[in-house]
Design a protein around this ligand. Structure first.
Ligand code: SF4
Length: 126
């Protein structure tokens, strides 16, 4: 008779609502399951966070002729966590021209991920 091995491989705190359920990722006989979520949204969040975690990218871009030398920017939607470093490297190559309005798309479709990098504030010309 073979013994089944059960282990908790990760604990994910759900951030979808303020309840903050702790969701366990369970491995049993090489099958993954989730325990501790109180609703379907929590299960979806945990599955996303376990299989394909994503984050909003926040950084700055150099500005030519701007009132400030850098502008804070962010991705319009979360980016796959394992693409963040490549995206940051791409952003570091860019320089944009002032004036800039909050929400302006400064890099369109970065790394062909269907994600835009947008300005987080206005920035006037010198
Ligand atoms: S699992 Fe549901 S109830 Fe629990 S924190 Fe996530 S969204 Fe809220």
């Amino acid at each position: 008779m073979s013994e089944s091995s059960v282990s908790v491989v990760k604990v994910i705190r759900c951030i979808v609502c303020p309840t903050g359920c702790q969701i366990k990722v369970i491995s049993k006989d090489s099958e993954i399951s989730f325990e501790g979520y109180a609703c379907k949204r929590g299960l979806e969040y945990a599955e996303q966070e376990y299989y394909e975690p994503k984050r909003i990218l926040t950084t700055t871009i150099r500005v030519e002729d701007g009132f400030l030398p850098l502008i804070p920017v962010r991705s319009n939607i979360p980016i796959l966590k394992d693409k963040l470093r490549d995206a940051l490297n791409e952003v570091a190559q860019i320089e944009v021209k002032a004036p800039i309005k909050m929400g302006d798309i400064l890099i369109e479709n970065i790394l062909e991920l269907d994600v835009n990098i947008i300005a987080s504030r206005d920035l006037a010309k010198i």
